[in-house]
Design a protein around this ligand. Sequence first.
Ligand SMILES: NC(=O)c1ccc[n+]([C@@H]2O[C@H](COP(=O)([O-])OP(=O)(O)OC[C@H]3O[C@@H](n4cnc5c(N)ncnc54)[C@H](O)[C@@H]3O)[C@@H](O)[C@H]2O)c1
Length: 303
Amino acid sequence: MTNRTTVGIIGGGRMGAAIAQIFASAGHSVLLVEPTEAVRDTIPKRLADIAKARGQDTSVAGHVRVLHEITADLAACTFITEAAPEKLELKQEIFNRLDAVCGPDTILATNTSVIPVTEIGARTRHRGRVVGTHYWNPPYAVRLVEVVETPHTSEKAIASTMTLMREIGQQPVHVKRDVPGFIGNRLQHALKREAIALVQSGVCDAETVDFVIRNSFGARLGIMGTLEQSDLVGLNLTLDIHKVILADLDCSKAPQKLLVDLVAAGKTGATAGEGFRKWTPEERAELQGRLDKALLQKGAAVG
Ligand SMILES: NC(=O)c1ccc[n+]([C@@H]2O[C@H](COP(=O)([O-])OP(=O)(O)OC[C@H]3O[C@@H](n4cnc5c(N)ncnc54)[C@H](O)[C@@H]3O)[C@@H](O)[C@H]2O)c1
């Protein structure tokens, strides 16, 4: 795959528009499909805002053409990323439509967070060109992309996708087996399950969980991975610790009661004013602003 090709993005929401901006700023022509008019109307401003946040020229948005639906225009694309809502049937339908419109060499990627890529591509005719490209939010600041291989994905599709991700400035890692949640979300939600269990069982409140994370092992995580940490202190210590602690860790196989009850009560988080803790609009804006600034600085430093 050569640089400066035409690429497609399906879904112009939070992730789709940001991914479109990344491709456009790397010199690609982008076809961005967004069926909802109210969302389409916001795309030019969101593309401009991302360019400004990245210190780039806002004219890059001129390389993004917005379509209302999947049309034969997508046949020009060498690479298409689906970033529609996280619903299996919807994603399968999109892949079927793309499969019909595009030639067999167009790579079809999904940005699903946790759905197995194999299931999303199950009904396509050319399953060798189906891959996962799991970006993180915001993708121009958190550069990692998990490139997911299914049992059907061709070596060529994986190699081309890894190369393309590097060319547009992202940091690809190859996920060699298509497990739900890939690598990052499995780790993130294993931690979240235990965090919820600690609050639910009365060990501490939600603020304390997050304070401990930020100020203990979380302080090290940006510098040193969890397996490096075990190597550094010696694996015999990790083994001794696991002999005591593993049997006691939460292993719920379904969403925990605390989370289910909060959502049922409308306490869905910062936007609602309450989730695991209470939020004012100012607290929410302050945390979001601080996070965006820090991630952008880190993303820029990565290169
Ligand atoms: N938000 C995140 O932090 C994040 C991070 C990584 C991956 N993801 C994944 O990316 C995908 C998109 O998430 P998002 O946060 O951008 O959602 P979003 O709701 O902001 O955007 C989805 C967009 O898809 C559009 N859409 C609906 N039906 C469509 C169709 N048939 N064809 C094309 N577009 C359609 C919607 O109008 C909406 O604008 C999901 O699979 C999600 O799990 C999200």
